[in-house]
Ligand binder design. Sequence first.
Ligand code: FA5
Length: 341
Amino acid sequence: MLQQLEEIRQQTIVALENVLDLETLQALHSQSVGKKGQITQVLRMIGQLLPDERPRVGQRANEIRQELEIAFSERESIIKSYELARSLEEGAIDVTLPGRSIATGKLHPATQTLRRIYKIWAEMGFQVYRSPDVVDDETNFTLLNMPAHHPARDMWDTFYTTQEGILLRTHTSPGQIYAMQEYAPEPVRIILPGMVYRYEQVTARSELQFYQVEGLAVGRGIRMTDLKGTMTAFARRYFGEERKMRFRCSHFPFTEPSVEIDIECILCDGEGCNVCKYTGWLEIAGAGMVHPVVLRNGGYDPTVFSGFAFGMGPERSTMLRHGIEDIRYFWGNDLRFLEQF
Ligand code: FA5
């Protein structure tokens, strides 16, 4: 039996030297000195020995168990320090490596255009005036010189709400009424940017909702030449000094006279292409002298005050500047499009 104990001791010491991880160490521990291990099993048979041999075997078994326990704990600390060193090495951080760049968001192209437009108008003394998206029929149409059943209302296909007479503004022009009623009889020089909504067929050039930037200047002695000069100054700053522009007669119920403003086609320089439909010109805004009825509805005496107004579509201007072929990209939320700006 003593012989057996010495063999267990010897084998365990040899095996311990090859153990490299805690799991194997634990298994070896259970197998040799554990409760049901080899030493315990030898001691269970101690009763088969002569009574005077038993103490010697028992004592030696305890000595070996103690010696092995010490060997196990020494081995355990070696393995732990080895594992620590290995994990430090594997997890080492190379602080000299270049960092991974974080994907940052960008301003929407429509917002970028709006900000450029605000900046140019601000340089010319126009302040931003905010007005509501949800308006009543009276402000969107009647006070803009389009009484009920006026045929010109058909120019704007309208989204009505379930509440009688309340609708989504079809253009930013009702903002003129809000501003005039707030400031009359003081002069005003403002731009009114905002989203407008039209119950229209969506096509490459027309959306259901899009931005407009309205402009309004009211004061004493404002004339058509002021409108022309101001719009020309804006277009030069926005589209470039050399870009030609023209004013075409048009009709809006809330301006008299009314014009539409075109610039020489950016893509073909006036030669004629499919974007300008071979006319050499692109429309950028509607404008005119504020109609006397609208001035009166806003609280100004039209015999004393006059003014001009304009309305432009920033998405269409952005399309022109960047050669974007389809307006639906703007609100399609496709990152492949948005990331290009
Ligand atoms: C108006 O809405 C007038 N309120 C503009 C105005 C204001 C005239 C003040 C006189 C005085 P119009 O419907 O043409 O006009 O729209 C103005 C601009 O909005 C157009 O030149 C165009 O750039 C843009 N626009 C019109 N319809 C759409 C659409 N469906 N999708 C995208 N942009 C559009």
